[in-house]
Design a protein. Structure first.
Length: 175
């Protein structure tokens, strides 16, 4: 059983939020973007434009996508592999908050500002990601405001859902 399944309160924050394409061996970047809630309202032409701004990144086992307290610069979509969301403990050991698989997203708050990361993201196996940087979204806002507006709206909806889930978990603990 994965850490994500063992610790039910994490699912609302980190659970898979898009439909997986299981039957394909290779999925294009545009197809990955189509599955991501942040891009769900974009037309095919708009998806292709955003795809031209996406960076492919590969990580080895044990390599960090980002570390706690670093300023956020990009969000990531896991194209393949496995990433643990971890926080360092007082004893130096890392606590796993969630295990994220193919087609899941992380670090999306970095699209809004450069506040420090609240946790680290560490590759558990060889991992390929798509990175979307805040400065590229800012440029998109200046050159293609309709596309950026759609992304910001869907980002707001996703963050709102996660906030509601967090509130429900906090209130259910007090009962």
């Amino acid at each position: 059983m994965t850490d994500k399944k063992k610790n039910g309160q994490i699912n609302a924050f980190w659970g898979n939020i898009f439909t997986r394409i299981q039957s394909k061996k290779h999925i294009t970047n545009v197809e990955v973007l189509e599955l991501c809630p942040l891009f769900q309202h974009l037309t095919n032409r708009e998806l292709k434009k955003v795809s031209s701004l996406i960076y492919e990144r590969r990580y080895q086992v044990g390599e960090y996508l980002f570390e706690k307290d670093q300023p956020g610069t990009a969000m990531f979509i896991i194209k393949s592999g496995l990433v643990n969301i971890v926080v360092p403990g007082r004893d130096g050991e890392e606590t796993v908050l969630a295990a994220l698989n193919q087609e899941e997203i992380l670090g999306e708050l970095a699209l809004l500002d450069d506040t420090p990361r609240s946790a680290s993201a560490k590759a558990v196996e060889k991992t390929e990601t798509l990175a979307f940087f805040r400065e590229d979204l800012t440029e998109l806002q200046a050159t293609y405001p309709t596309i950026a507006s759609k992304i910001f709206k869907d980002l707001s909806i996703m963050i709102g859902r996660r906030l509601k889930a967090a509130n429900e978990q906090l209130y259910s603990r007090g009962e």
